[in-house]
Design a protein around this ligand. Structure first.
Ligand code: NAD
Length: 502
């Protein structure tokens, strides 16, 4: 019998006992206790078991940092914590969320995790990681996201409430390691769940550091232990153990197509936040100077790591030269020499030419240019290349600041091509135009989860645009920009023939 089964069995027996002879059975044990309900008994048993587990011979005790030697132990801890967490009030939850926000908004913590992420993964840039981590802490919705719906009438009152799924397995990417942990922790805990993170092995240290900081802060706030856990050695095997464990109620995968497909085939409730290849369309009605600035800023943000970042530009011929001119003024270097372009292709694509060479993902433009013998000035943020529409740089998600530009005859052709190169990912697209009819046409045809008009891509995730922040954008499974309510079940509570006060 495992701890959970013991908890449930004791709870069952005690709740029957207290109902039949509350005075003799319960009050004799403690004068302060009257008729304990099933919930409080579960809480007491869970807390006793928490103590029992950490002192059990042979058990691997929690370090207090939320990192466990095996996935089995991490899941057991999160499962037990879930039982305890159910007894916390909404105010408790709000205070834990507030604590996590304040923790990551401390300048020193922000700087440490942003620096660690860049150093450990070798990807992205420090200044933009600061922005991303800050927005994750500030703008990820908390318990206020869980709005109850009420319907009342002659037959009484019905409430539909957002209720916890239970234990969530969250698989996180190497491109946004800390942002995703901050964002998912806030959203998942707000909805009443506990979380087991399975980070990318390449971002192990910084991910474990974030989980440890969260555990320390939650302990200071009196939260049950192990609301947020992970494993000390993240690996694909551990991720698979997480996916296949029946104690895990929901899976959330933020990553490429392979992991999204795996969680969606797991037989569990799964949220898949997958790859994108966001196009930016520019037509002749756009404010070209601003479009150029926005595209370069969006494309170079964290060295193009965000899944929402501009990956190719499709521009109407009439304004193409001026757009390229303005993009050069905003920090792009236009690569024209055929030999350089060939060298670049061999360098940054994998051997088959079907995707990026991972050694260059998230590197900055000057680093990449240096490798092909070009010493670019400091202000260069993006490498611009004019290409055909079927060039691998256009077709594949590279996640580096290389921006192919494709010319087309008119805006309708631009929109059609954007739809094609987005590959039905339903992820993100941008359009720079003042033609409302064409903006609407593109929005309708491309069907992306995020469609940014006249702004940089990051406006779509709450950086300089209205709306909440998320780093888990669930296109494939349709939840969109995830927040606390995404990680909750809808439950109906019906009071018959009462509480309707109209
Ligand atoms: P990745 O797919 O290589 O890894 C993501 C996570 O899945 C990691 O934890 C990794 O260990 C795990 N994983 C990958 N393949 C697995 C397998 N076969 N079995 C078990 N576990 C597996 O992705 P990455 O390089 O870390 O991140 C970049 C990708 O993620 C890009 O495609 C990007 O567009 C996408 N992404 C999407 C979103 C979104 O919100 N939609 C956010 C960030 C990143």
């Amino acid at each position: 019998m495992n701890d959970i089964e013991i908890t449930q069995a004791v709870s069952r027996v005690l709740s029957k006992y207290s109902k039949t002879s509350p005075e003799t059975a319960v009050q004799s044990a403690s004068a302060a206790v009257t008729t304990p309900d099933r919930d409080s008994i579960e809480a007491i048993v869970a807390s006793v078991l928490a103590g029992r587990q950490s002192s059990a011979p042979g058990a691997s005790p929690a370090t207090g940092d939320g990192a466990f030697a095996t996935m089995d132990e991490a899941i057991a801890a999160a499962k037990q914590a879930q039982i305890q967490y159910r007894h916390c009030t909404m105010q408790d939850r709000a205070s834990f969320i507030d604590g996590i926000r304040k923790l990551f908004l401390q300048e020193e913590v922000l700087q440490t995790i942003s620096r660690m992420a860049v150093e450990e993964t070798g990807m992205g840039n420090y200044a933009d990681k600061l922005v991303k981590n800050r927005v994750a802490a500030q703008k990820t919705p908390g318990v206020e996201d869980l709005l109850t719906c009420a319907q009342s009438g002659d037959n009484g009152l019905t409430l539909t409430e957002y209720s916890a799924f239970g234990v969530i397995g969250s698989i996180t990417p190497t491109t946004n390691p800390t942002e995703t942990i901050i964002n998912n922790s806030i959203g998942m805990l707000a909805a009443g769940n506990t979380v087991i993170f399975s980070p990318h092995p390449r971002s192990r240290n910084v991910s474990l550091h974030c989980v440890a900081l969260i555990n320390q802060r939650l302990a200071q706030l009196g939260a049950p232990a192990n609301l947020v856990v992970t494993v000390s050695k993240p690996s694909i095997d551990n991720t698979n153990a997480l996916i296949n464990d029946p104690r895990v109620n929901m899976l959330v995968a933020t990553g490429g197509p392979a992991i999204v497909k795996t969680v969606m085939s797991s037989g569990k409730k799964a949220i898949g936040a997958g790859a994108g290849n966001p196009p930016a369309v520019v037509d002749e009605t756009a404010n070209i100077e601003k479009a150029a600035r926005d595209i370069i800023n969006g494309c170079s943000f964290d060295n193009n790591l965000p899944c929402v970042a501009e990956k190719e530009v499709i521009v109407v011929n009439d304004v193409a030269d001026y757009l390229i001119h303005c993009m050069k003024k905003s920090g792009a270097l236009l690569l024209c020499d055929k030999q350089h372009i060939q060298q670049l292709q061999s360098l940054v694509l994998n051997e088959k030419g079907t995707g990026p060479n991972t050694a260059f993902v998230g590197k900055n433009a000057r680093y990449i240019l240096q490798k092909i013998g070009i010493d670019a000035p400091e202000e260069v943020k993006v490498i611009l290349i004019e290409t055909e529409r079927d060039h691998p740089f256009v077709v594949h998600e590279l996640m580096m600041p290389i921006l192919p530009v494709v010319r087309v005859e008119n805006v309708d052709e631009a929109i059609d091509l954007a739809v094609k190169v987005e590959h039905g990912n339903r992820h993100t697209a941008m359009m720079h135009s003042t033609n409302v009819e064409k903006l609407t046409r593109m929005a309708r045809l491309i069907q992306t989860t995020i469609f940014v008009k006249n702004g940089p891509s990051y406006a779509g995730i709450g950086v300089g645009g209205e709306g909440h922040a998320t780093f888990t954008i669930a296109g494939p499974t349709g939840e969109g920009l995830t927040s606390a309510r995404t990680f909750a079940r809808h439950r109906r509570c019906v009071m018959v023939e009462a509480l309707n006060i109209r």
